[in-house]
Write a protein that binds this ligand. Structure first.
Ligand code: GLN
Length: 547
């Protein structure tokens, strides 16, 4: 049976709980243990699928088609363990399950209450798959003291109480603010945060303290004394240049040792950190720089494209170049000519997105990349816009567009080169959807196989002709325009196994122009960069030598 590590946060939000959990998972793995990481989010949305990227950052999609928190992306990037639908849960999901059961009569005769019905549901979730791994790391979203978080804190308290002694460890992440006027790090917020935890029956075993300044020994001792943890279990977390330094940095300051000590494990193997030494070496010993423009809509918040930014970094690491990303708002090109803004870049990436706003600008960016021979990677909406550009400017379909925009405006303005997909095959089953279905979880979601055309650029890049990638979209390029577009040189180089759904397009006579209907960024790792990103950066590097 697994040992459980519960990760909570206090003082302020955005301290990097997800990253700390992911890094700890990676070090435990390096010690030879198997791990799985989970996120329990107190918000009331059933999943983050319906939240604005401005509010919540990217939606991370799992192979089995769940729309989850972006922290699951960190977990995967650090451990290589593919996240599952059962690795992410929210209050909304828990409550809707409890309410469904109530309606079904599962609790007949009972009054439904937070304790025990909601807390039981949370505990059941934590137990899923517990026999599969050595360590289950469960991160509780939000900050201790949040009203919505209470059922989760209560559930993990009960959970630990029900397990054999020594089976659960609590790790709490806090902040030591620095007061410049007095030149001091302040420990009081940490003390209060731990006090808050203890008031709901949770006593942390390990404290991870974020700090911009070195934590003096005397402050560490003080935190240990006031918070009732051992001094060695007060772990400093200093700012790092790259998130990928975290596993080595945390190991150096004894995070994994403190956790193992808290479990009473004395015979743990020493970690083999070779993978992370290599990753650090690639980050620090990069030569030269490539400049990439991401032409998108949610450019004010980098978290909206978190996995893309990380996958580009991985591509840079593979090619030993630094990747400098500039976020360009697609709407600018609706009035401005793209060349003035885009010509200084070595490659252009147009990411996924929803809704019409900004799409005319993305179409212009795709045209610019095609005509000027600049490497272009179009992801999901970025692929759809590249196809629409080709249809409008080369294939004699001046009104080409996406049905998505007609549905949004309620008018019929476009020739639907990209149309709403109502029926498709998933495994052995047929999935049916209507335009006005619920918005949550009704897209083509999760891993699907694509068959690549022999001799195509993508077959060469992947080194195979069958791939599996993750999807998240409602609309699809219409295969009936294929012949018309292929005549112009746009190769449909990846198709669904039944040959109906175009998954990849590429321009034949272009140094590097690829559009993919799926999200390759979700599967890239620092120690195993995604082939498309690796080759995209290689092409950008070639470009940087030319200019
Ligand atoms: N809005 C488009 C669709 O639903 C693209 C989605 C995306 O880019 N993830 O098909």
């Amino acid at each position: 049976m697994a040992r459980f590590i519960f990760i909570t946060g206090g003082v302020v939000s955005s301290l990097g709980k997800g990253l700390t959990s992911a890094a700890l998972g990676a070090i435990l793995q390096a010690r030879g243990y198997s791990v799985r990481l989970r996120k329990l989010d107190p918000y009331l949305n059933v999943d983050p699928g319906t939240m604005s990227p401005f509010e919540h950052g990217e939606v991370f999609v799992t192979d089995d088609g769940a729309e989850t928190d972006l922290d699951l992306g960190h977990y995967e990037r650090f451990t290589g363990v593919a996240a599952r639908a059962t690795d992410s849960v929210s209050s909304g999901r828990i409550y809707s399950t409890v309410l469904e059961k109530e309606r079904r009569g599962d609790y007949l005769g009972k009054t439904i209450q937070v304790i025990p019905h909601v807390t039981n549901e949370i505990k059941d979730f934590i137990h899923i798959g517990e026999d599969e791994v050595d360590f289950m790391l469960c991160e509780i979203g939000g900050t201790v003291g949040d009203i919505e978080g209470l059922p989760f804190f209560e559930a993990i308290r009960q959970f630990a109480q029900e397990q054999p002694r020594g089976q659960c460890v609590f790790l709490h992440l806090t902040l030591l603010p620095y007061l410049a006027a007095s030149g001091e790090l302040k420990t009081k917020p940490t003390q209060h945060s731990v006090k808050e935890l203890r008031s709901i029956g949770l006593a942390p075993d390990v404290l991870v303290c974020r700090s911009e300044h070195k934590i003096p020994d005397k402050e560490r001792d003080k935190i240990a004394l006031f918070c009732n943890v051992r001094t060695e279990a007060v772990i400093p977390a200093y700012d790092l240049k790259s998130i990928y330094e975290a596993p080595l940095a945390y190991h150096k300051v004894g995070l994994d040792q403190a956790v193992l000590d808290a479990f009473g494990i004395s015979d743990a193997p020493q970690p083999d950190m070779t993978r992370w030494v290599e990753v650090e070496d690639r980050i620090h010993n990069a030569e030269g720089e490539v400049r990439i423009a991401i032409v998108g809509k949610y450019t004010q918040l980098e978290d909206a494209y978190k996995s893309i930014a990380e996958a580009l970094t991985h591509g840079g690491m593979a090619n030993r170049v630094r990747v400098k990303v500039d976020w360009v708002d697609a709407e600018i090109f609706e009035s401005d000519d793209p060349s003035s803004r885009l010509q200084r870049f070595h490659a252009i990436l147009v990411p996924g997105g929803f809704g019409e706003r900004g799409t005319e600008g993305k179409i212009k960016a795709a045209q610019f990349a095609r005509e000027k021979g600049i490497p272009y990677l179009g992801i999901c909406l970025g692929m759809q816009m590249a196809v629409i550009e080709a249809a409008r400017n080369l294939a004699g379909l001046p009104d080409a567009g996406s049905e998505e925009f007609d549905h949004e405006s309620g008018e019929k303005r476009f020739t639907p080169v990209v149309y709403h997909l109502k029926e498709w095959v998933q495994g052995n089953a047929t999935v049916n959807r209507k335009v006005d279905d619920d918005k949550g979880g009704t897209m083509r979601l999760g891993a699907y196989t694509a068959v690549l055309k022999d001799g195509s650029k993508v077959a060469d890049i992947y080194g195979t002709t069958e791939i599996e990638e993750r999807h998240r979209h409602r609309y699809e390029v219409d295969n009936k325009y294929r012949a018309q577009l292929e005549r112009e040189g746009l190769v449909f180089s990846g198709m669904s196994p039944d040959g109906r759904l175009p998954e990849i397009v590429e321009w034949q006579d272009h140094p590097w122009f690829i559009g993919v209907q799926f999200h390759p960024e979700l599967k890239s790792k620092p120690f195993d960069p995604h082939p498309l990103f690796e080759d995209f950066i290689r092409a950008a590097k070639d470009m940087s030598r030319l200019v």
